[in-house]
Design a protein around this ligand. Structure first.
Ligand code: ATP
Ligand code: MG
Ligand code: FE
Length: 333
């Protein structure tokens, strides 16, 4: 069956076509307009979604070599995300379903980030633990089946992607900061500077402390030497990034032991980070675990992951009706 899926939760407008569980296209239009504001401006995001959604959908259908009349169901991101952005995808999908008289499938964006692991081979087996690291979330999730997930730990304050983005801002790097920090970090010494690891109970995370620590560290050093940042960019990025990775993986390791799980995975935009990818490989080797890491294009926001989630829901006849509305806060279930 042919399913068309739409993603519009934040600042990428994306459409994907999946046929019998195989992704045939994944068109992503990233809104560059936010760059000069140093972060996503919600009003500009929803307007850009409105402009991009139709061409993105048309391209996705064309690349998959199908027409809208072939589509058996249409899926969309219901949440979590920015209300104005979600509304564009939600209302587009609802009208599309109504016009073609086909079923509608609502998808949870965080569940979809995890289900991105089922796009390519090799696929993880259930149960596995997924560390979801993105711009708005940091979660350790016990994945029991495609549609049954349990959060075993999450951040109590900032998301790790936010920590990357805010650190980049302090260092004068452009938005989004994650990729820039990653790039500099690969040339730096991760042990050059020390940042505090926040000790949180259980499987909880906290990233606001390290952000503040970086701020005070930079203020002090720049006060002593105005060129401190420029002269130490790679070492600062490497040390900061390493601390975040250590915090992420400590809890992941603890979770695999407690839940006796042998397969681990990472998902979300921060899963693009090369340091994290390297370190999780090392952890897996040391702990004798099997690790799953998606392609870059399936880590950052994309509709292919929404299509994959929709495929599983289609198999379970999990459809929704025209009364469905966008949900900016939509807990993972
Ligand atoms: P959420 O999925 O929680 O709603 P989001 O959809 O905005 O948030 P994603 O698109 O999944 O988040 O991820 C974006 C985040 O990933 C940004 O914070 C960005 O800085 C970060 N990121 C992207 N590439 C890298 C990288 N190479 N290293 C570190 N972080 C990165
Ligand atoms: Mg984004
Ligand atoms: Fe996301």
């Amino acid at each position: 069956q042919v399913i068309l899926a739409i993603e519009s939760s934040c600042d990428e407008t994306s459409a994907s076509v999946i046929i019998n569980g195989e992704v045939k296209s994944n068109i992503v239009s990233t809104q560059v307009i936010h760059e000069k504001y140093g972060g996503v401006v919600p009003e500009l995001a929803s307007r850009a979604h409105q402009q991009h959604i139709l061409p993105v959908v048309e391209t996705a259908l064309k690349q998959a070599k199908v027409t809208k009349n072939d589509v058996a169901a249409v899926a969309f991101t219901r949440g979590p995300g920015l209300l104005g952005s979600l509304l564009v995808g939600t209302s587009f999908a609802k009208s599309f379903a109504l016009a073609l008289n086909i079923p509608l499938i609502e998808v949870n964006h965080m569940q979809a980030h995890i289900l991105a692991h089922f796009i390519d081979e090799p696929k993880p087996q259930f149960p596995f633990i997924c560390l979801t690291v993105s711009g708005g979330h940091t979660q350790l999730v016990l994945v029991k089946s495609p549609l049954k997930m349990e959060i075993i730990g999450e951040t109590k304050d900032d998301a790790v992607g936010e920590a990357f983005d805010k650190a980049a801002k302090m260092l004068g790097l452009p938005y989004p900061g994650g990729p820039m920090i990653d790039k500099y970090a690969s040339e730096g010494n991760p042990e050059a500077f020390e940042f505090p690891i926040s000790e949180m109970p259980g499987f909880s995370y906290s990233f606001s402390g390290i952000k503040t620590a970086l701020l005070y560290f930079l203020q002090k050093r720049v006060n002593e030497d105005p060129d401190f940042i420029d002269n130490n960019m790679a070492d600062i990025c490497a040390s900061f990034q390493q601390t975040l990775i250590t915090m992420l993986l400590q809890k992941l390791r603890k979770a695999t032991r407690q839940y006796k799980v042998k397969q681990i995975a990472i998902a979300g935009g921060v899963a693009v980070n090369s340091g994290l990818r390297n370190e999780i490989q090392k952890l897996a080797e040391k702990e004798d675990l099997e690790v799953f890491i998606p392609q870059f294009q399936y880590c950052t926001d994309n509709a292919a992951m929404i299509a994959m989630a929709a495929h599983f829901k289609y198999l379970e006849n999990e459809f929704t009706d025209q009364k469905v509305s966008a949900m900016p806060r939509y807990a993972l279930h």
